[in-house]
Design a protein around this ligand. Sequence first.
Ligand SMILES: [Zn+2]
Length: 159
Amino acid sequence: MNIRTGQGIDFHRLQDGLDLWLGGVKIPSTKGCVAHSDGDALLHAICDALLGAAGLNDIGHYFPDNKEEFRNIDSKILLGRTIDIISGKGYRVINIDSTICLESPKIAPFIPEMKKSVSEITGLSPDSVGIKATTTEKMGFAGRGEGLFAIASVLIEKI
Ligand SMILES: [Zn+2]
């Protein structure tokens, strides 16, 4: 059995007037993430966890934020390509777990939709995709609403 674990973390600044994308779902919000792509921190953390588990380079290596090709790109496409990359190395995803940390808006109502979105891209069943939400109890940059971050862990196996 060749099972490997990976972890990923992603931070983005929040700014008024931008769309907020998390887990491939557009969340109603007055603020969104500042990014070259759509700024979906959860999907970016999952991509990094998958790439790390396979012993590959990080997300910025495969999808550089100075390339026009990736401007405003839907991060669901990046996750799909990441799955293709690790599949090409002979790996399949077993499960994903993740946490999103932000002060507001409350994202719990959108978690089932995010799970569905991530499971559709990765080919996992929704019960193999963990997504939780938390806050920093008003401490630090996340607590002040200046930014958010997401953490992901994955297990993959060599087929
Ligand atoms: Zn990101």
